[in-house]
Design a binder for this molecule. Structure first.
Ligand code: BGC
Length: 269
């Protein structure tokens, strides 16, 4: 195995929302790169346990940690559980997120709040706790950075999305939260970056990619000509979590096959 395959040897990482989809792929990739991984879940305990078994069977280190990331105390307990199992934390991937779609006129306050609470406030609570723990631990033996935070955004941090105002607002918020935190903590050697996936084949958009007509419409929005896979995103997160990106902070890395390049303008405008 090449040394580059073990980019995170000896480091510790929490991945939120890791029982399925993009989060599960990230947890596997970080574990394969040598990190001890906290596989956070809210409702998918069985899936999280299965992923932990898979990681361990492959020689990796992982534990499942149940926590609602929108709950302050639960977030703190999640970090405690990770510390009890593995000690030092070096990487936090704030990935947990959900959609509750409706036209604005029909959107309930409960659905507005549910999405903002998890997608935006949940990421803030995880980033805040990460900063506290990174600072309390002091310098890392294995990395020039004190710690790395990766926020899961979306192409909808910049592309407006009718019928999804809660989701688009949450991701627009994630973008400026990420940049503001990056500016604030760079002098402490904490790097904060975002990843903005486009259409990735997971449960969140299954109704679109599993329907041939809708999948055809979706592909027109992706210049690269294919729907993304969770591993496409995991590879980008691995790079941002590793020292290979040591001079990168406050950046959103789009992993979207060109979706954010205004493809509708190819034959228009
Ligand atoms: C959403 C998906 C959607 C994609 C592209 C993502 O952030 O969660 O449902 O397919 O953006 O629109």
């Amino acid at each position: 195995m090449l040394a580059r395959d073990r980019l995170l040897e000896g480091q510790g990482a929490i991945v939120t929302g890791a029982s399925s989809g993009i989060g599960a792929a990230i947890a596997s990739a970080l574990a394969a790169a040598g990190a001890a991984v906290g596989v956070n879940y809210r409702s998918g305990a069985d899936a999280a346990d299965a992923l932990v078994r898979e990681i361990r069977d492959a020689g990796g280190r992982a534990i499942a940690i149940g926590a609602d990331v929108s709950n302050e105390d639960a977030v703190s307990r999640m970090f405690d559980a990770f510390a009890d199992a593995f000690g030092r934390i070096d990487i936090v991937v704030a990935n947990a997120g959900l959609q509750k779609d409706a036209p604005a006129a029909d959107m309930t306050l409960a659905d507005w709040r549910a999405v903002i609470d998890v997608n935006l406030t949940g990421q803030f609570l995880c980033a805040r706790e990460a900063i506290r723990r990174f600072v309390a631990q002091g310098p890392s033996p294995g990395s020039p950075a004190l710690g790395k935070i990766i926020c899961m955004s979306s192409v909808h941090e910049m592309i407006p999305w009718a019928g999804h105002v809660n989701y688009a607002a949450s991701k627009g918020g994630v973008m400026l939260m990420m940049k503001t935190l990056a500016q604030e903590v760079a002098s402490r050697k904490i790097r904060v970056n975002g990843v903005a996936p486009g259409a990735i084949r997971t449960r969140i958009n299954e109704s679109v990619w599993s329907d041939p007509d809708q999948a055809h419409g979706l592909l027109k929005l992706i210049p690269y000509g294919r729907i993304g896979e969770p591993d496409d995103v995991a590879k980008a997160v691995l790079w941002l979590a590793s020292d290979e990106s040591d001079y990168v902070t406050g950046t959103t890395l789009f992993v979207d096959g060109g979706m954010a390049l205004y493809p509708e303008f190819r034959d228009n405008g």
